[in-house]
Ligand binder design. Structure first.
Ligand code: HMG
Ligand code: MG
Length: 286
């Protein structure tokens, strides 16, 4: 039987958060529902963050309330602090994600906190989630390079990934936020992180600058990573990472994995319908 690789769909959050045009909640709901039909086990729906920082996610509660939930799908959302966590729980999310960075400058720009301050702020979120048995995922951004600081040493990634793991995140997603990674740098970084966090708890999160994302996924597969974040239609970037290109497209990852003989469990026809919807939302004609 083919080995399983999971694609964690982040398009409705990591993709749409970066769109300049305010997309109506109904469009976001339709996209999440289309993704639910495509067979994902986890979908990141939205963010419970400050609407002043990311206006596109201000309708998080409305979107969560509108989706047609499938029992086979876990619906996730970002929660940077207890305020976001409480709102996420009230809205009925199944899991939350906290998001740190391996770069001090990016951490300041993204969440107005140093790395140490951010970890201190996440600890009560994880404790509150654990108290209600809610899974918490952790992100590390800028795992290869930062838009402000340039190259990031693998050791900086190790420190943050390890802290999130010790704190209790069930999985740590390693984000090449600006798509600076190449197979060699990704392999080097992953080899270092895997010394501190079991590879079964790591996910790869690649952006497709210059078309390197699939090669970077291959490098991560070689290191034993079996979960990859991707955004339907290649939506997105990051509002606090100038020049960040879109996330690697889910449909490209799914086809690449199938060609390599891995099983993703996705219904490609249903996924293609979600891709069309995502592109319509992005281009303003859906
Ligand atoms: P701050 O301004 O330092 O926060 O922002 P504060 O605690 O001083 O509060 C300021 C105001 O925000 C207050 O409102 C709070 O109530 C409100 P006011 O009294 O001024 O009216 N506030 C909130 N409102 C709603 N929900 C909340 C919340 N918290 C405070 N949760 C903060 C700090 C973290 C809140 C802010 O910087 C923020 O929201 N940042 C989010 C940025 C973001 O979402 N970035 C994108 C996600 S990261 C990413 O894309 C990378 C990733 O995808 C990986 C990759 O691609 O590599 C993960
Ligand atoms: Mg991303």
């Amino acid at each position: 039987m083919a080995e399983r690789v999971e694609i964690f769909e982040v398009g409705p959050r990591d993709g749409l958060q970066n769109e300049k045009r305010l997309i109506p909640a109904a469009g976001k709901i339709a996209l999440v529902d289309a993704l639910s039909r495509a067979g994902f086990r986890r979908i990141e729906v939205t963010s419970f963050v400050s609407p002043k920082w990311v206006p596109q996610m201000a309708d998080a509660t409305e979107v969560m309330a509108g989706i047609a939930r499938r029992p086979t799908v876990r619906y996730a959302a970002l929660a940077p602090n207890l305020k976001g966590f409480d709102a996420a729980v009230a809205a009925g999310v199944d899991e939350v994600a906290i998001f740190a960075a391996a770069s001090e400058a990016f951490s300041q720009a993204n969440i107005n906190a140093s790395i140490a301050e951010s970890l201190a702020r996440f600890a009560p979120v994880v404790a509150a989630a654990q108290a209600i048995a809610m899974p918490v995922r952790g992100y590390v951004s800028c795992v290869v390079a930062c838009p402000y600081e340039g190259d990031i040493a693998p050791e900086a990634v190790v420190r943050v990934a390890e802290a999130l793991n010790v704190m209790g995140c069930y999985e740590i997603s390693l984000g090449d936020t600006i798509g600076a990674g190449r197979p060699e740098s990704v392999a080097r970084m992953l080899a270092a992180v895997a010394q501190a966090v079991p590879v079964a708890r790591l996910a790869g999160h690649f952006h497709d600058t210059g078309g390197w994302a699939l090669a970077n996924i291959d490098a991560a597969l070689d290191q034993g990573v079996r979960v990859f974040d991707a955004a339907v239609g290649g939506l997105g970037g990051c509002p606090y990472a100038p020049g960040a290109p879109g996330n690697v497209a889910t449909e490209a990852v799914a086809r690449h994995l199938a060609q390599r003989g891995f099983e993703t469990g996705l219904d490609m026809a249903a996924l293609d319908r979600a891709v069309a919807l995502a592109k319509g939302l992005r281009d303003g004609n859906a």
